[in-house]
Design a protein around this ligand. Structure first.
Ligand code: BDR
Ligand code: CA
Length: 318
């Protein structure tokens, strides 16, 4: 069993990812931490508690950061995920409370208690991870791997979804993302380069809605809002499965092709949030902000049908 912590901002596709991790017999969810992003932190935490209930997950939920490291709140993408961050179906309700330990402390405690055994899967902004690193810089060497849904490196022509050069999770806290890049952990970016190719078509969406499993029905219901957003911006074949693709990478990395090299994040200016991979680390540049930066894996190719099959078979059964 691979032990995982899921750091997330539900979020319709976060919900899909959490269900995949929960139903995968090879993964053990040690805890779920929440972060601001698709909605404010109160909403993303309430949504996570609701998901824990609907999906019947036996793991603690820990609330995390409500603002990026620079303290400046950004507008929430209600047009993508709804006012409640979960498709405005009216389903979300939870009387439960998050665990009293804050997300960053939970991450530190869990990694220290399970050295070299835990994979952290991040599905939102990297604020909690950056804050955890400031408490315990040794996390970078004690964590098995960090798998990040975030970034866009220009492969397959995908460069950004909130600006021409920035992906939402990185743009939402570029200082945190760059801090994560500077640390020496094993890390893999599952960015738009691959997630935009993993498209859930209307046939698969119908299977979720028509399933007799309440968790799958819930995914079917909330993803209608998500699908409508993508239809409105010209995607007629369905919606891209961002966050669950990062979980799929942990389950079946052989479905992805990676390139390795140092990654930095532009933290301000017109390219704010751009993730930049130095593809020629041996070359001597006049100005080199990538020198001596630990390498990351960047997903540059994916067997999209394979990932979609993993998703469908894991949540619906073979
Ligand atoms: C990412 O942004 C969020 O809206 C999604 O949940 C996903 O994590 C995609 O850019
Ligand atoms: Ca997300």
């Amino acid at each position: 069993m691979k032990k995982v912590i899921i750091d997330c901002d539900p979020g319709i596709d976060d919900a899909m990812a959490i269900l995949l991790a929960h139903r995968c017999k090879d993964l053990e969810i040690l805890g779920i931490t929440t972060v601001h992003g698709n909605a404010d932190i109160e909403n993303t935490t309430a949504n996570t508690l609701h998901l824990r209930n609907v999906f019947n997950i036996d793991a603690p939920v820990h609330q995390g950061a409500g603002l990026p490291l620079n303290g400046v709140e950004l507008a929430y993408p209600t047009f993508v995920h709804g006012d409640d961050g979960m498709g405005d179906t009216g389903d979300v309700q939870s009387d439960a409370s998050a665990d009293s330990t804050e997300a960053e402390q939970f991450i530190v405690d869990t990694i220290r208690a399970n050295p070299h055994e835990v994979t952290i899967i991040t599905l939102g902004r990297l604020t909690n991870l950056a804050r955890a690193l400031t408490i315990a810089p040794e996390l970078a060497t004690l964590t098995k791997e960090v798998v990040i849904m975030g970034g866009a490196f220009g492969e397959n022509q995908f460069r950004g979804n909130v600006s021409p050069c920035a992906e939402a999770n990185i743009y939402g806290d570029p200082d945190a993302a760059d801090a994560v890049c500077l640390a020496g952990w094993q890390k893999t970016f599952v960015g738009l380069d691959v997630t935009m190719l993993v498209v859930v078509d209307p046939q698969r969406q119908a299977k979720f809605r028509q399933s007799d499993d309440t968790a799958c029905q819930f995914i079917g219901r909330i993803s209608e809002f998500y699908n409508n957003f993508y239809t409105s911006i010209g995607y007629t074949e369905g919606f891209p499965m961002h966050d669950a693709s990062a979980v799929a990478y942990v389950i079946a990395p052989e479905l992805f092709r990676v390139q390795t090299g140092p990654v930095r994040v532009a933290t301000n200016g017109i390219a704010k949030g751009e993730t930049i991979l130095n593809r020629e680390p041996a070359r001597e540049y006049v100005e080199d902000h990538w020198a001596d930066i630990p390498a990351a894996n960047v997903c540059i190719g994916v067997e999209a049908a394979g990932v979609l099959d993993v998703y469908e078979h894991t949540i619906l059964g073979p």
